[in-house]
Design a protein around this ligand. Structure first.
Ligand code: DX5
Ligand code: ZN
Length: 224
């Protein structure tokens, strides 16, 4: 895929967990990445799926996996997702005291490395780390649950990151996650995001593939 193009990543958190393979196949050919939210009931109150389910799901689809780890001990678990075949593995800044070391481990294990910044975490301390990362995930909600209201005030972090990426000519995706839908994706694209996670907006409507196409068109129309 051309890195200049934007990425749409449906989040299976909003799909029917009894039919995850069907949810993945429903967006094959239209989605760039499949966003998989791993929650451990410690870092966030919610609990979802872990490695065994991810391993099985990887066999069921050809879409590159974007793993979003909302867990307390990413250094213990993140490389295993890379080894299992995930395309990108993102861990939270709030859960890791040495993000550069973990990013290095992830790349060595065969995936891209992503750092996630939750709602209440400032971006500034992490801007110097961008050259060591492939993806910067900026939450546009508080991590933990789907279906929350998009928080436009968090886009100031996207603007700050985009500014730094442009100033230094870095190759990194700036991804937004939370409340991304038809009425919010343009603002996020204008702020400088080029990867968009959408759960409810894709799997909460009857035609998931059509929702992905529509989101992509809206983001492309707004990209600066
Ligand atoms: C929540 C997850 C999101 C979630 C987004 O912590 O990280 O990926 O699926 O869901 P929506 O798009 O419904 O806000
Ligand atoms: Zn997520």
């Amino acid at each position: 895929m051309n890195p200049a193009e934007l990425v749409v990543a449906p989040s299976i958190l909003a799909a029917d967990f009894a039919y995850l393979a069907d949810a993945a196949r429903a967006v094959e050919g239209v989605a760039d990445w499949l966003h998989v939210d791993v929650m451990d009931n410690h870092f966030v109150p919610n609990l979802t799926i872990g490695l065994p389910v991810v391993r099985s799901l990887l066999q069921a689809t050809a879409i590159p996996f974007d793993i979003h780890l909302m867990i307390t001990d990413p250094r213990r678990w993140a490389p295993e997702y890379a080894e299992a075949g995930a395309y990108n593995v993102t861990f939270h800044a709030e859960a890791c005291d040495d993000p550069v070391a973990l990013a290095k481990d992830l790349r060595a294990a065969g995936s891209r490395a992503g750092l996630a910044i939750d709602r209440d975490t400032p971006i500034e301390p992490y801007l110097d780390l961008l050259p060591h990362l492939d993806t910067l995930l900026i939450m546009t909600i508080k991590a933990g649950f789907g279906g929350q209201r998009f928080m436009p005030e968090l886009l100031s972090k996207v603007r700050a990151a985009r500014q730094r990426v442009a100033a230094e000519g870095l190759q990194i995706r700036i991804e937004v996650d939370g409340g991304i839908a038809d009425d919010t994706i343009a603002q996020a694209a204008e702020a400088g995001a080029d990867a968009f996670v959408a759960g409810t907006a894709v799997y909460g409507v009857p035609d998931a593939a059509e929702a992905v196409r529509r989101l992509r068109a809206l983001a492309e129309g707004a990209q600066r």
